[in-house]
Design a protein around this ligand. Structure first.
Ligand code: AVI
Length: 332
């Protein structure tokens, strides 16, 4: 779980801590068996660009499905959220470029129901872009971009404003938690909110396994580049010498558990030097890169209740590939 203390040290010191965390996490993962890397590190500038390409690709159906929900059903979504005459703060975890949430934000703004928009993202590039671009798209909207870890920044938003909150967690980002870690995340989210606050979460649903696998093993090879880019980032930022030609992307989907996993496979026995440490790979040894979990509606509703929420509404795309759910915070 994330540390809730706010770091008040100067930016240069914080940067050093960030680099140390990155190095420690990478060394820990690559010295474990089986080896793994944390997918939160995918998103450097190049990683952000590659993820944009994934979202625009034909095989990655998730973005279009959720976009259809948010454009076609924004009125119904706003009706489900705005139960009284109050204005609310919209806080978005992993805001990205906000191309999906902008439809909801505009709907709330036109109804004079939004006090502040707090996009939160781990990527500073993204927050800088949002602070610059959103005022052009919705002039007059109060935007406070927050760059950092979700729960720390949620506390920060809470310090700035005491309005009723709607937390958006779109794009099936919740699928990137391991199955057991996901309810812990939802409980933590509940513990930082107040009764009556709401969350709107996007889940990718279980469906034809071939459709799911194709989204993570796309014909254009963008997902492969996305995964390999993390090795490149480690080379640049942590003084390593991964040869990207010696690793291949492998994705698999298990329709029973709903786990879609991606790996990088070492094509040969090799040694990689990383900040003074030597990491050995056997031929065919894997690095686990990411999980993208798929859920059923009954699982989603059960988790809501277990974690202190009441499921309020489900919004599906026409193909029923994806769902955006609204949960309300129950009494704790
Ligand atoms: C960010 N996240 C929801 C994406 C997903 O679908 O799990 C990341 C991604 N990885 C490969 N393709 C997309």
């Amino acid at each position: 779980m994330q540390d809730l203390a706010i770091d008040t040290r100067p930016a240069s010191k914080r940067l050093n801590t960030k680099m140390n965390n990155f190095l420690n996490d990478v060394l820990k993962g690559l010295q474990s068996f089986p080896k793994y890397l944390d997918s939160k590190y995918f998103y450097d500038k190049k990683g952000d660009e590659l993820f944009q390409k994934i979202m625009a690709s034909d095989d990655y159906y998730l973005t279009d499905a959720e976009m259809e929900i948010l454009t076609e059903q924004k009125t119904e979504i706003a009706d489900a959220v705005l139960t009284g005459a109050e204005t609310l703060d919209v806080i978005e975890f992993g805001a990205g470029d906000a191309t999906k949430s902008i439809h909801l934000l505009r709907e709330f703004y036109e109804r004079k129901s939004i006090a502040n928009y707090f996009p939160i993202d781990i990527s500073k590039n993204i927050i800088d872009l949002l602070d610059k671009n959103i005022p052009n798209k919705i002039p007059g909207l109060n935007i406070h971009g927050l760059h950092g870890e979700y729960f720390e920044m949620l506390e920060e938003a809470d310090r700035i404003s005491e309005k009723k909150k709607l937390v958006l967690f779109l794009g099936a980002n919740i699928g990137n938690f391991k199955f057991n870690a996901m309810p812990a995340f939802c409980r933590k989210l509940r513990s930082q909110l107040s009764m009556g606050d709401m969350v709107l979460i996007g889940f990718d649903l279980k469906k034809d396994p071939k459709k799911i696998l194709a989204a993570y093993d796309d014909a254009e090879g963008i997902t492969s580049q996305f995964n390999l880019n993390l090795l490149n980032r480690i080379n640049k930022e942590l003084a390593a010498n991964f040869d990207l030609n010696n690793f291949e992307h492998y994705a698999m989907y298990d329709p029973d558990s709903g786990a879609c996993k991606s790996y990088l496979v070492s094509m040969k026995e090799q040694q990689v030097h990383l900040s003074g440490t030597v990491i050995s790979f056997k031929k065919d040894e894997t690095i686990f890169m990411e999980i993208s979990h798929k859920y059923s509606i009954s699982q989603i509703d059960e988790i809501a209740v277990q974690c202190g929420f009441t499921p309020v509404a489900h919004f599906f795309d026409t193909k029923k590939y994806f769902v955006d759910v609204i949960w309300e915070c129950d009494q704790m």
